[in-house]
Design a protein around this ligand. Structure first.
Ligand SMILES: O=C(O)Cc1cc(O)ccc1O
Ligand SMILES: [Fe+2]
Length: 451
């Protein structure tokens, strides 16, 4: 066992050979990691006494009897239960949960927003979360919410967990550190992170201001999509997902723990940092993924496939083939299809489509859908290329062409998404969005031939 390393004020486990410092590779692997030699019991979970006087504690992210069960054994300085004093309700007025149907807001429509701007107000991970849409029901653990975060300040002696949800974080600007019970994840644009339900963490600003998108998944956890005939390779490869090595701090300072539970926020005082897990093993852990590792598969002769071929992660809903949420990535790729209208087709979809632009230009919307911006095409509402994209693609010389400088994504859910009052009234909604289709001409004149 190597000497443990000290970083970020947390004592961190040595890094396994051949990996990025501080991370272990693999999707939903059964990991083991210790920040102090011998802190992890071997061959069993619950010895009569743990090494270093640590407490053993299990964090279960699935039912005990799920197949496979996902859980992690932590060995910590104090059991989590010692952290809990009485909870007080607190208000985070911009962070909403489903069901949340504002009677004054119309969710039926095609919507697009410019980037939500930063303000002079100092905002952290909790106060800076701005809910745009909600879908499903947090109490029955179905559906999701989409948020924009605007973060300029680190959480200090302040910790959080969501009992409601796992969070998929998609940064667009700035760099954040997630100091979690199970280790440290640093995150920047072009990467994503998953923070599991129930995991305690603090978010620090490494380089601000920070803005990004969050998909709050109330349902079953994100997993890798079934690959069907694509087979074992391409799309998101399991080895490119990275879980942090153990890191702990032994700090006795007055702190707070905020809990999101059934859509409400509660706070309790704790006399120490809860990031005191010295060693852990298991398959329930936070992780990050570099979107530049995503290997897209697409049309190599003609036609435009369904965007499901670009699925990075999917959260099942219980109905086979019908996701609670698909996280879909539109990134740089070659367009080679012959005699084909290459951008997305016009369509209506039972699933509702929330999109965000991380950088560059999206092929169906060359203008107006800008980095940091979002769009919503709700259940069964028609959409597709704007007039310019349609004319351009209909008349393009169909040589092999690389779509460069493009990274957008979609949170696609089987549930209709409801706008919050913030999305409808405060965020920079583009009132003229639907005009992007107004000038599409009638070309039909009753005579045959391509027009
Ligand atoms: O609406 C969109 O832009 C997303 C999308 C992209 C695509 O290539 C096919 C269908 C689809 O919904
Ligand atoms: Fe679409």
């Amino acid at each position: 066992m190597n000497q443990q390393t000290k970083s970020h004020g947390l004592v961190q486990a040595p890094t396994p050979v051949g990996t990025t410092p501080g991370y272990m590779p693999g999707f939903a692997n059964d990991f083991e990691t210790e920040a102090l030699p011998g802190a992890l019991p071997q061959g069993m979970n619950s010895p009569q006494k743990c090494n270093y006087g640590l407490y053993g504690e299990q964090l279960s992210g699935t039912a005990f009897t799920a197949n496979p069960p996902e859980r992690t054994w932590t060995y910590r300085i104090r059991p989590s239960v010692k952290h809990s004093h009485r909870y007080q309700k607190i208000d985070l007025p911009y962070w909403k949960s489903a069901p949340h149907v504002d009677p004054d807001v119309i969710s039926l429509g095609q919507y697009r927003w410019d980037p939500v701007p930063h303000t002079d107000e100092g905002l952290n991970w909790l106060t800076g979360m701005r809910t745009m849409t909600t879908a499903g029901d947090v109490n029955t653990q179905v559906g999701m919410a989409s948020h924009i975060y605007l973060v300029t300040e680190s959480m200090k002696d302040e910790y959080f967990f969501s009992a409601d949800s796992e969070l998929l974080v998609v940064p667009q600007e700035g760099r954040l550190r997630f100091a979690t019970e199970l280790g440290i994840i640093d995150l920047e644009p072009k990467e994503i992170a998953i923070i599991p339900r129930g995991l305690v963490y603090r978010v620090e600003v490494l380089e601000g201001p920070c803005r990004g998108f969050v998909c709050e998944n109330y349902g079953q956890k994100f997993e890798l999509p079934g690959r069907g005939p694509i087979g074992a390779n391409c799309l998101a490869n399991p080895r490119d997902f990275k879980a942090p090595v153990a890191a702990y701090e032994d700090r006795e300072v007055p702190s707070t723990l905020t809990v999101k539970w059934c859509g409400q926020f509660h706070r309790t005082d704790i006399p120490q940092s809860p990031l005191d897990v010295v060693a852990w093993h298991g398959n329930y852990a936070p992780y990050k993924y570099d979107l530049r590792n995503y290997c897209p598969v697409g049309a190599i002769l003609f036609d435009h496939p369904d965007p499901s071929i670009f699925t990075v992660l999917t959260a099942p809903s219980g109905v086979p083939g019908t996701a609670n949420i698909d996280f879909v990535l539109f990134r740089e790729r070659w367009m080679v299809a012959e005699d084909t209208f290459r951008p997305p087709w016009y369509h209506k979809n039972i699933m509702s489509e929330l999109m965000g632009n991380i950088y560059g230009q999206y092929d169906a919307k060359p203008q107006g859908f800008v980095p940091g911006g979002m769009s919503l095409h709700n259940m069964m509402l028609p959409h597709g290329p704007d007039k310019n994209a349609f004319e351009g693609a209909s008349n393009a010389d169909l040589k092999a062409e690389k779509l460069e400088n493009t990274m957008s994504f979609m949170f696609e859910t089987r549930f209709p998404q409801h706008l919050t009052a913030f999305a409808a009234n405060e965020a920079p909604l583009q009132d003229d969005y639907i005009d992007c289709w107004t000038d599409l001409e009638k070309k039909f004149d009753g005579t045959p031939g391509k027009k």
